[in-house]
Design a protein around this ligand. Sequence first.
Ligand code: DGY
Length: 320
Amino acid sequence: MKPRLIVSRQIAPDVATRIHAEYDCPYDGRSMTAEEAVQALHDHRADALMITSHVRYPAEIIAAIPDRVKILATCSVGTEHIDIAAAQARGLPVTNTPDVLTECTADLALMLILNACRRGAEYDAIMRAGWRKGYGLGEMLGLRVWGKTLGILGMGRIGRAVAARARGFGMRIIYCNNKRLPPALEQHAEYFADFRAMLPHCDILTLHAPGGPATSAIINAETLSLLPPGAVFVNTSRGGLVDEDALFEALACGHLFAAGLDVFRAEPDFDTRFADLPNVFLCPHMGSATVETRNAMGDRALDNIAAVLAGKPPLDPLWT
Ligand code: DGY
């Protein structure tokens, strides 16, 4: 008999094929709320639950997960949507999918940096409106990224992959992290223990720190004011790191030259005032959204589930 699995959100087609081959799973591509997922676990007498970061799993939901469920596997690197302490308290293994989305998320950060600096949204809008007006050599100018200083908040796997790409574009790298990296990982990037001390040196600031209480609204009116006038701001981490009213003000008043935003506080809702600003390049939380990476994430989540259901330790445990 195949093990029984509930999948709470639409997943990549190849991953769905693997699930149907290996599991008894009533997957139909529907997005479930956490409550619906718990109900499905009961109805299907499931052994495992695969989720994504689109829905929160607070302590009361974790408590409602049936005892026969052996693992909660999130198909994401981010984990702040899950009360891990509550899962640990009841002995429920929780796993995520690190590593496999590093490169694509770093690519998207560069896409945002380049589009924000080089006015990608505006150029695209001009072309879609028919162009027809030639621009003088002093019009519609962007910012050169070569030679600029890129400040990175969070120098984990994704932050380092962004740094590697940015070096190729001729940028100088500075970073703030909870601890200084060894030279082999630092690669001559300059370390700032104090986030506020780093900000005045950033021509471009990109966020790669996890969400959660420690980083909530770390980008606010005060920290934005420490960036030099004309700086560019990019976020592919989590919307919760940003006070969006303060960011809107900094963009609208011209303190910031531009922003590239992939993540928002209340996704999939977002403050549509950002869409009215021509100097903002927007994406709907797509850092990992390539065929290869979404397949790899699904496979990693399924590998974690298979390990636990076979009585082995999970590959990517979030508590031990
Ligand atoms: C992640 O993996 O955390 C991405 O942001 C998708 O949720």
